[in-house]
Design a protein around this ligand. Structure first.
Ligand SMILES: [Ca+2]
Length: 235
């Protein structure tokens, strides 16, 4: 009897594991070249301390307009974020700050391609995770967009680990494994319709756990530059 029960439990466990589906990116979007990115970063930094000349402002606008990823981050166009709000982003660990750079979880959701979350565990950070929390009334999510690795430059991207598999937990239960490509392109994953869009619904969470990584050439730290969303119930 006991053997039968254990066999049944094993079968059930195997079925549960098998049910976590793998999702490949449905679309990818290229970043501009490093030269254009560096020009954009220079102009962006200058705009913090002085008014840009009209030629500089025009150039900056043009760079944003010409590049889908930058349009997404800096274009200020209509998106899920017109109604969607992420209440908190927390990480299980992060690297300590170095100079003015921090590596906290919120950096993965600050609409800045140069700032990153870097896990702070020993080794590549398998099992480390980011948790995003939403209010019940938050519009529903259908898509997860990821800039994988330290995308600010080809050099930083190569030197640090990138995520190969990211396990998504929806309300604490495994939902899917995102199979990330080893690319600096923005990767978009269709995850189904998540959330409530209901002011009476409770708060809810998505957790993203590092399962496997692509190795960097210099550092054994796994990095995500941006993890953001698209969805419905807005406009
Ligand atoms: Ca960022």
């Amino acid at each position: 009897m006991r053997t039968i029960a254990i066999t049944l439990l094993s079968l059930l466990a195997a079925t549960t594991i098998a049910q976590v589906r793998h999702i490949a990116p449905s679309q990818t979007y290229k970043l501009p070249t490093d030269a254009v990115l560096a020009e954009f970063d220079r102009l962006s930094a200058a705009s913090q301390s002085r008014e840009l000349t009209s030629a500089e402002a025009q150039r900056m606008e043009q760079i944003v307009e010409d590049n889908a990823v930058l349009t997404d981050l800096y274009g200020g166009q209509c998106s899920w974020y017109c109604g969607g709000v992420v209440d908190t982003v927390t990480a299980t660990s992060s690297l300590p700050p170095a100079g003015k750079n921090t590596y906290i979880g919120q950096n993965a959701h600050d609409f800045d391609h140069t700032s990153v979350w870097a896990e702070g565990a020993d080794g590549p950070g398998i099992g480390e995770s980011l948790t995003y929390e939403f209010a019940g009334k938050c519009p529903r999510i259908t898509t997860v967009n990821i800039l994988n690795g330290h995308v600010k430059s080809e050099k930083a991207w190569r030197e640090n680990n990138r995520v190969k598999q990211l396990k998504v937990y929806y309300e604490g239960k495994p939902l899917a494994i995102l199979d990330l490509k080893d690319t600096r392109e923005q990767q978009c994953f269709e995850v189904g319709t998540l959330g409530y869009n209901d002011e009476h619904a409770p708060k809810w969470q998505l957790r993203f756990e590092i399962v496997e990584v692509y190795k960097g050439t210099k550092y054994d730290d796994t990095v995500i530059s941006e993890l953001s969303f698209d969805g419905i119930d807005v406009h």
